[in-house]
Design a protein. Structure first.
Length: 340
């Protein structure tokens, strides 16, 4: 299981400033608003065409085949909401908030505010078990301390978490909705816009399905769509940090160490970039979260060369190897419970 490294990099002051200057000089932090507008427009059109195809096919089980492109395209919408949360698209925070809410609340039925709050805490302290909500104790656990003493259903989940990880991801689409609803209900006096957009999503989504399909077909379509969405989105985020270094309160890292040593890139080309929403360049994204997604691949060789020049470990693997590393870490965390 990965533990914080004891090296000069862990204790020296961050050497981020020279890298930041180089990235700025290359123009890689400049907004690409027109490119985003085109990409968002294409995704909206493709989603509209997918819904039109469902309507044309009508009340038939063949319509379930369209849950696959629907799941992929809604994951694309989640990527745009993610980018809006990082202020990557334009120059106005208000514009980003509206783009985020229209994609998250209206198109996906999940809370933009909830996601932003959770995701920003992750970026501030990646892989820190006390500060990063993505590695907090829950259905899954990430450290031996979290696993210790778990019994019953929790113990079974921990013992087998590496085996059931991908099946569990099929539930993530539902979890995002439920978590967002709970977040908004606790803040219903201040989050009326988000609540209204999410209510509109639920009304439009299920009205369309039940008008076009039979009740049974509508329910199955919604379930399959959200299973594909959850599996796709979860599979994109899963390789990025699991099995990497896990700092604690005694770890004295600057921004560069904190982001590079806890993150892992996934090798690939334009198809990988598209399917993973640019998050395969996780190191670059964490170092420069406001960098437009399309610029990450240009920043990658600069960041890698800089890390090599200062002897900073820089991890970039194939997609399969990234999953293998993450699953091995999860398997090792449950080892003591399997042995008891």
């Amino acid at each position: 299981m990965a533990q914080p490294v004891a090296s000069p990099a862990a204790t020296r002051r961050s050497e981020f400033s020279p890298l930041l200057r180089e990235i700025k000089a290359a123009g890689l932090l400049e907004r690409r608003t027109a490119a985003y507008a085109m990409a968002i427009g294409i995704n909206v059109v493709l989603l509209g065409l997918t819904w039109a195809a469902v309507a044309v096919i009508g009340s038939s089980w063949w319509a379930l085949l369209l849950a696959l492109p629907m799941g992929i395209l809604t994951t694309r919408a989640a990527f745009f909401g993610h980018d809006a949360g990082h202020q990557q698209i334009g120059s106005s925070r208000k514009l980003h908030d509206w783009i985020g809410m229209l994609h998250a609340n209206l198109m996906l039925g999940m809370s933009y505010g909830w996601w932003n709050d959770k995701h920003n805490r992750h970026h501030a302290n990646p892989n820190h078990t006390d500060k990063d909500p993505d590695v907090g104790e829950g259905v899954l656990v990430w450290t031996l301390e979290q696993a210790s003493g778990r019994k019953g259903l929790e113990g079974w989940l921990t013992r087998n978490q590496a085996r059931i990880f991908f099946p569990l991801l099929t539930l993530e689409g539902f979890n995002l909705k439920v978590s967002g609803i709970r977040f908004l209900l606790a803040r219903r006096r201040t989050e009326k816009t988000e609540i209204g957009l999410m209510a509109a999503h639920l009304a439009l989504y299920f009205t369309a399905l039940f008008l076009i399909l039979s009740p049974g077909q509508a329910v199955v379509f919604a379930v399959v769509h959200h299973m594909i969405f959850g599996l796709h989105l979860g599979s994109v985020f899963a390789p990025n940090h699991k099995g990497m270094e896990m700092p604690d309160d005694d770890t004295n890292w600057g921004h560069l160490e904190k982001q590079v040593l806890t993150s892992r890139n996934v090798n690939g080309g334009l198809v990988t970039d598209w399917m993973m929403g640019g998050l395969n360049y996780q190191i670059e994204h964490h170092l420069f979260p406001s960098m437009p997604r399309a610029n990450l691949r240009f920043a990658q060789p600069i960041v890698r060369k800089y890390c090599e020049s200062i002897a900073m470990p820089y991890v970039s693997t194939s997609l399969i190897d990234s999953y293998r590393m993450g699953l091995r870490h999860m398997h090792d965390v449950g080892e003591e419970l399997r042995a008891s």
